[in-house]
Design a protein around this ligand. Structure first.
Ligand code: PEP
Ligand code: MG
Length: 563
């Protein structure tokens, strides 16, 4: 059995289709006629752009706007003037072949992206490599195999799951995807999750361990690829597939129903989103509002800052969709390991501990003022709460409030309509959790960001697999910290919710409720499974287990209380 990181849940049984990208010879060759090589490059760019345009048109009715945008992004990379210029200069200066010049130039960019610890930016590197391969195949007249030509059931096996690959496949035939490298937040993984395609990434030595055409079972709940299985195992998985389908159909019936525990305690389940485009995932999986709107996503995939009116329109669309239901928008969490290419950031030794999120308010106040103005204006259209990430001291909070007042005064002076919003902070740094009692006197709500709270409590990078053993969401130390925050919030009668990944995990959700959290926010796909799990539990039981959890001595002990 091979093991990897499950990024999109589901099972599949089928034969492997190994899709290997052609490996180009990147050694430097001296050529006689550089100008001819440049013409070849120009032609290959044109061919690639035409292919990408036809792919986009062919998929117009089957893919959503966001996914279709990937084809535009690839066209933009292929036709990027700076990239083209550098490649041509290299061909002329060193009299070298296109394969070498293009690979060398692209690799410089790829290395830059790779050094970033942010998974989202890392995944931009795979888009660059995708485009490079397409151009070189066209230049060398190697047929570009289109994945949409597959016409029998397969599990696609690739070195890296790229966004364009996923966008091209027909789910009638491709039943699942597995890849050797990749992470939970790479573009391919995100799209696989969105379209509900079972996927596992990061399987060590996959391309050498697996043969083309061999039958495998993939369990993308556990991250297992089962080879050489017997009939009994196959039957077990056929049953699992059947039960899973039935479960999904049953879960749909819960959509729109309130989440009431067995002893009548109501829990609110909210969604985590990245922009108004994500609203489409909330038609089936209805949410009681938005608990986390990660606004930085709109800043990352572009080349200049979004304007106040672009931000306003996006926030307005989400607020109008949810009407009176709460929408919690988090201000920008960029900087450190999430730099913007179009803003000058100083390099840092410890980006996760550096100038990111709200800390940027002090060095780049205009960035925040634009966002706060857009939020105040959009606030008219719904029930807006705004929260601030990475707050660790009261002084930071006071400064934030002062900045909001300046923006209000500015809008009022210019007769621009606006409405005040509720102000909250994310509790995601241990310092904030420990003095939550003091923060609670100055904010309208708390939202606990367990992803960072766990990383900073254990001093274990949340993206580094080597220290993953320390990243323990169900450890008593985390339960104690959260318990303290809940007590502080209750003391001041302010609401407290959780928006980290822990809220969308069955054990995490139950532990959190037992600790007194009544609002959980999660990725839309988790809403119905968590609702179903909770409706079979009673608050009384969860609370009793959570009390025991506070004096437990290991994560395993707590897990044993909740399974
Ligand atoms: C968190 O830290 O738990 C959180 C929700 O924010 P992010 O994952 O965006 O850092
Ligand atoms: Mg965080």
């Amino acid at each position: 059995m091979l093991k990897g990181i499950p990024v999109s849940p589901g099972y599949a049984i089928a034969k492997i289709l190994k899709y290997q990208d052609y490996h180009f010879d990147q050694t430097k060759t001296v050529i006689e006629f550089p100008e001819q090589e440049i013409l070849r490059y120009d032609k290959a760019i044109n061919d690639s752009v035409s292919q990408l345009k036809s792919l986009k048109t062919a998929n117009m009715h089957t893919l959503d706007e966001e996914t279709l945008h990937i084809f535009d992004a690839h066209i933009a990379i292929a036709t990027d003037p700076e990239l083209i210029d550098r490649v041509k200069q290299l061909i002329r200066a060193e009299q070298c072949g296109l394969s070498y010049a293009l690979s060398k130039t692209v690799n410089t960019y790829v290395q830059l992206f790779d050094q970033m610890s942010d998974e989202y930016l890392k995944s931009r590197a795979s888009d660059l490599l995708d485009v490079k391969n397409r151009i070189l195949k066209n230049a060398l007249h190697i047929p570009v195999i289109e994945l949409d030509q597959i016409n029998e059931p397969v599990i696609l096996c690739v070195y890296e799951l790229s966004a364009t690959q996923i966008a091209q496949i027909d789910q009638q035939y491709v039943l699942g995807c597995i890849s050797e490298i990749g992470g939970k937040t790479s573009h391919g993984a995100i799209i696989a999750r969105q379209i509900g395609l079972p996927a596992i990434v990061g399987i060590p030595n996959l391309m050498t361990e697996i043969k083309d055409g061999e039958y495998v079972i993939i369990d993308a709940f556990e991250g297992h690829v089962i080879k050489d299985f017997d009939q009994a195992t196959e039957r077990i998985y056929q049953d699992k597939i059947f039960t899973d389908e039935k479960k999904k159909a049953n879960l749909k019936r819960l959509s729109g129903q309130p989440t009431i525990l067995k002893d009548n305690v109501e829990i609110k389940l909210l969604a985590n989103i990245g922009s108004s485009k994500d609203l489409k995932y909330l038609t089936d999986h209805k949410a009681d509002g938005v608990g986390l709107f990660r606004t930085e996503l709109m800043y990352l995939d572009r080349t200049s800052l979004p304007s106040e009116s672009e931000l306003f329109e996006d926030y307005k669309a989400v607020l109008s969709f949810f009407k009176e239901k709460p929408v919690t928008i988090r201000t920008l969490d960029i900087g450190g390991d999430k730099p913007l290419s179009y803003i000058n950031f100083k390099p840092e030794y410890n980006p996760a501990l550096g100038n990111r999120a709200i800390r940027l308010l002090f060095t780049k106040p205009e960035l925040f003022k634009t966002q706060i103005r857009a939020l105040l204006r959009a606030s008219i259209f719904g029930n807006l709460q705004v929260m601030f990430p990475m707050v660790s001291t009261l002084e930071e909070l006071f400064y934030i409030k002062e900045t909001i007042e300046q923006c209000i005064a500015d809008l009022a002076n210019n007769n621009i309509p606006f409405k005040r919003f509720k102000i909250g902070i994310m509790i995601e740094i241990p310092a904030a959790a420990i003095i939550a009692d003091q923060f609670a006197k100055h904010v309208d709500f708390f939202s606990i960001g367990t992803n960072d709270l766990i990383q900073y409590t254990f001093a274990a990078d949340r993206t580094n697999p080597d220290v993953e053993y320390l990243y323990q969401p169900f450890h008593p130390v985390i339960a104690r910290l959260i318990h303290g925050v809940v007590e502080a919030a209750n003391q001041e009668k302010i609401p407290v919710s959780v928006c980290g990944e822990m809220a969308g995990h069955p054990i995490g959700a139950k532990l959190l409720i037992g600790l007194g959290i009544k609002t959980l926010s999660m990725t839309p796909i988790s809403l119905l499974p968590i609702k179903s799990e909770l409706m079979q539990s009673s608050y009384h039981d969860l609370h009793e287990q959570a009390k025991k959890a506070l004096s437990a001595s290991s994560e395993a002990e707590i897990v044993s209380y909740f399974i």
